[in-house]
Design a protein around this ligand. Structure first.
Ligand code: FES
Length: 176
């Protein structure tokens, strides 16, 4: 069993965030001896990602300790589901849909243009933490393919030239 995360000083994640996560875990009334607790793991990780924005190792260990399971079980679930990320996201998070409808309409070129403009690859965040890029599967807006979201906003029927225009709006917001 791993050492307890509570003994460490949280780095990059405020204690208040751990407290919020603990409150959520407590609310589930988990029996540490029951195998059913593993069924709550996804719910907990979902909540943890909502709170922290991503799932760094210290959060994974904390969750493992709270459920009395091994860290590898937590990291295994995280790597199985695309939704979970162990990397921090930027203030402006770009999600490029690479589902079939978007792919056949050139999503790979759109992705390449975002990567070129931001100087990072999918799964990475810019040094100033302002932008990040991820690849996602179909987001259910295939009629608008190829589709990209930036934060909550959806952009459809994109071509490569639109990428610069979209980013310039956010870059000026970031500077403002
Ligand atoms: S494949 Fe991209 S929205 Fe469906």
């Amino acid at each position: 069993m791993s050492t307890t995360a509570q003994s460490c000083t949280p780095q990059g994640a405020a204690k208040a965030m751990f407290d919020e996560l603990d409150t959520f875990i407590d609310s589930l009334g988990i029996d540490k001896k029951s195998n059913r607790r593993k069924g709550d793991l996804i719910r907990i990780l979902h909540q943890a990602q909502t709170i922290f924005g991503y799932l760094p190792e210290e959060v994974q260990i904390h969750v493992a300790n709270r459920l009395s399971i091994h860290h590898s079980e937590v990291s295994g679930v995280i790597s199985f589901y695309n939704y979970f990320t162990t990397e921090p996201k930027g203030k402006c998070h770009v999600a490029v849909c690479m589902g079939t409808a978007c792919f056949v309409k050139g999503a790979d070129k759109i992705l390449a243009e975002f990567e070129k403009e931001l100087g990072i690859k999918a799964g990475q965040v810019t040094e100033d933490m302002e932008f990040s890029i991820d690849i996602v599967r179909c987001i259910g807006a295939c009629g608008l393919a190829p589709v990209v979201t930036v934060g909550e906003k959806v952009y459809g029927r994109l071509n490569v030239a639109d990428v610069k225009t979209i980013l310039s709006q956010y870059k000026s917001e970031v500077k403002a």
